[in-house]
Design a protein around this ligand. Structure first.
Ligand SMILES: C[S@@+](CC[C@H](N)C(=O)[O-])C[C@H]1O[C@@H](n2cnc3c(N)ncnc32)[C@H](O)[C@@H]1O
Length: 264
């Protein structure tokens, strides 16, 4: 099926292209898979207003969370979306055999173009790529049915703290985008409902800092923040020669957001 062209800013085009190239995402993104599982556990504890919900997923990637949501609501009507067409195709291939009403669309989740409202909007590890998180939350909440829920996981300010320290120690710029603190996220809830936040710190170990950077590239998560000045390549190469006999530990500071729109 041909997908309509969507309007992308230069930054979102870079992000979409990086994920389009991430052929190994589904095999390599173990942390993202675990975070999707943890978000789904939170979903399990939240009653919806209907048994057969209209659901929307933003940034579905290869479908870790999509599969759980479709299996949890087999009678639902599911719209799975992503800004990267190749990620959406991978998702479709992975979920091909699942019964149920599942549709797919290339869409920028920050600027949703949608014909209806949803009982549930979910997203795992995509909002950290947004250029304007407060505006996006507001727009997504407008697409919720009364009493509908928005659930997501994203990165918090403590994400990749060890890489930040490594950059400071080697006088390199820290290239990751800015992520909100839990307190900052709490201040972003739209007016017409109630939100709750939770946070976790997941630690993974890579053999070295270079392996950490290679891993980010492998899963398409390497584009740097919008105002990042790249490091001099010689200086970066020299720093990355540094070895880590115990491995290079990296923290994923994960924020979970759970919002319910006021009932009518
Ligand atoms: C780290 S992956 C997470 C994928 C999946 N949700 C998971 O848990 O494995 C981030 C995904 O968000 C998508 N993405 C990034 N920015 C987006 C945007 N503005 N709108 C929709 N999707 C976006 C990427 O293309 C990618 O598939």
């Amino acid at each position: 099926m041909r997908q309509p062209k969507i309007k992308k800013s230069p930054r979102s085009a870079t992000i979409a292209a990086a994920f389009d190239r991430a052929d190994a995402y589904h095999q390599a993104a173990e942390t993202q898979k675990e975070i999707a599982r943890r978000l789904d556990q939170r979903l399990a504890g939240l009653p919806l207003t209907v048994d057969a919900p209209n659901t929307l997923e933003i940034g579905c990637g290869t479908g870790f969370l999509s599969r759980k949501m479709v299996e949890r609501y087999p009678e639902g009507d599911h719209l799975l979306t992503d800004i990267a067409p190749a990620m959406l195709s991978r998702c479709r291939n992975n979920l091909d055999h699942l019964p149920g009403r599942i549709r797919y669309a290339v869409m920028n989740g920050e600027r949703p173009v949608l014909p209806r409202r949803y009982h549930l909007i979910i997203s795992s590890m995509a909002f950290q790529w947004f250029e304007n998180l407060p505006g996006a939350l507001q727009r997504l909440a407008e697409h919720l049915e009364p009493g509908g829920r928005l659930l997501f996981s994203t990165l918090g300010d403590g994400a990749f703290a060890e890489w930040r320290r490594f950059c400071t120690d080697h006088s390199l710029p820290f290239g990751r985008p800015d992520y909100p603190t839990r307190t900052e996220l709490k201040a972003l809830w739209p007016q017409d409902g109630k939100g709750v936040t939770e946070e976790e710190h997941l630690r993974i170990t890579q053999p070295s800092a270079l392996d950490f950077l290679r891993h980010l590239k492998q899963i398409g998560a390497h584009p740097s923040g919008p105002n990042h000045q790249p490091a001099e390549s010689g200086k970066l190469r020299a720093a990355l020669r540094h070895t880590h006999p115990e491995g290079f530990e990296v923290t994923y500071h994960v924020l979970y957001g759970m919002f319910q729109k006021s009932p009518a």
